[in-house]
Design a protein around this ligand. Structure first.
Ligand code: H79
Length: 424
């Protein structure tokens, strides 16, 4: 990774974070895009502002769940596309402080996650469906995009930019050291200098020199000489890049896949299409094996609690990481190609074999003949033996490989069995 991304390195060692989408849309419980999909006006949406009363909101519970899951950073929606602010902004009345919650919910989030030693990130939506000066009619995302009443409305986009920049200033001034700012998102001509991105980045860097910024303000992070606002990491959504990410010069680019546990980011009452713990663990392994992070999303409900299904998955991943975290934290792409039976991750001379599918007989490691100093099962530390199966020397295609015997009929851990190989 080139020096341009030096700032991003600590976050990339963390590998696993918690994404939290929470706001007024938890009440209709049909996902965070409900306003746009159902063309809900500000007036109609106001009922949710009036009702918002998250009596069970205690971010210490969220932080404990994240900690137990093995997550080392978190990113929470300070404002999503609907414009509602969880923080006590001086620039709007459309904020949690003015709801029945009656307080700055971001303050408590920051305190709770810091308390658990988890890095703190802010999601901030560039798009704003509440602000009068954000383009509405004809904007393909906006709830009022085809509402004739909005057709001849005059807007002053500079006023929106002042508001948006001002809110970012508030967020990066009032809550101490912030580790990540996660902007969402540019589209069509709503990108880069439209956001006055150069100026915005200068302000952000001056307020928070070590903060890590995503690549959704626009620009091209893949370029050899990216714009100042092109971001610190690449941000694929709902997909793990097939080949990892390199720039046009072939250099590795830091990246983070954001993936939600069901099929919505915000709370959805009937979407029970959850990933399994096994899929989730393997997604994390896949990201790390390609030099990426996983930002895994939950959508707390209107009362402020993370759905039980999501908590169960987080807990299972945490149990696995408790024993197998050495194969994730600080690890990245391995020096060997992807093996037939699973994936590799690597940290220095420690190579981690994630065995997803063992077949029968010993497990074969192409290219590792004479290179394995020590092999053990990572989950319990027990040693494993490198062996030469009967007549193996007669197969020309196994000359450079090593075999390791793993006891038992099937894999010891059906989620992901990890063999730690100390290489010479
Ligand atoms: O905050 C989360 C999403 O709300 C936001 N980014 C993540 C992190 C986002 N989701 N989708 N998009 C951005 C891209 C836009 C997708 C759309 Fe659609 C397709 C908008 C309208 C059609 C998805 C499907 C949302 C509504 C239907």
């Amino acid at each position: 990774m080139n020096s341009r991304f030096a700032r991003t390195l600590p976050l990339m060692n963390d590998r696993f974070g918690l994404f939290i989408h929470w706001g007024l849309y938890a009440i209709p419980a049909r996902g965070e895009w409900v306003r746009s999909q159902e063309r809900i006006t500000n007036e109609q949406y106001q009922t949710y502002f009036d009702e918002f009363n998250p009596e069970l909101y205690d971010p210490r519970n969220w932080a404990k769940a994240a900690k137990a899951a093995g997550q080392r950073y978190a990113v929470l929606t300070t404002k999503h596309h609907d414009g509602f602010c969880l923080f006590d902004s001086q620039l709007t009345d459309y904020k949690a402080t003015n709801t029945l919650a009656g307080r700055d919910l971001i303050r408590e989030y920051v305190d709770a996650f810091r308390e658990e030693g988890i890095k703190v990130g802010f999601y901030y939506s560039l798009i704003d469906w509440y602000h009068d000066d954000y383009p509405a009619y004809g904007d393909r995302q906006h709830p009022m995009r085809d509402n004739e009443e909005y057709k001849d409305k005059e807007i002053d986009f500079d006023r929106y930019l002042e508001y948006m920049h001002g809110q970012v200033r508030e967020l990066l001034t009032n809550y101490g050291k912030i580790d990540i700012i996660w902007f969402d998102f540019s589209y069509d001509d709503m990108t880069a200098e439209k956001w006055r991105a150069t100026e915005l980045i200068q302000m952000i860097r001056s307020l928070q020199p070590d903060i890590v910024i995503d690549n959704r303000l626009g620009g091209n992070i893949m370029a050899e000489e990216p714009e100042v606002y092109a971001g610190d990491f690449f941000s694929p959504e709902q997909i793990i890049p097939p080949e990892g990410i390199v720039n046009t010069a072939g250099e590795a680019i830091p990246w983070e896949a954001c993936i939600t546990l069901n099929d919505h980011w915000g709370y959805h009452a009937t979407d029970k299409n959850y990933k399994s713990p096994r899929q989730t663990i393997r997604a994390l392994v896949e990201c790390v094996s390609k030099n990426g992070n996983l930002l895994l999303n939950v959508g707390p409900d209107a009362k402020g609690e993370i759905p039980q299904e999501s908590l169960d998955i987080l807990e299972a991943v945490g149990k696995w990481l408790h024993r197998n975290g050495d194969s994730i934290y600080g690890c990245g792409i391995a020096e060997l190609p992807k093996p037939e039976w699973g994936r590799y991750t690597q940290r220095g001379n420690k190579l981690y074999a994630h065995v997803f599918d063992r077949g029968i007989g010993p497990i074969y490691f192409q290219g590792l003949k004479g290179r394995i100093k020590k092999a053990r099962l990572l989950s319990d530390g027990s040693e494993l033996h490198v062996e030469t199966p009967w007549m193996a020397d007669q197969y020309s295609d196994t000359e450079s490989g090593a075999f390791i015997h793993l006891a038992g009929g099937d894999l010891p851990d059906e989620l992901d069995t990890v063999i730690e190989l100390e290489l010479v």
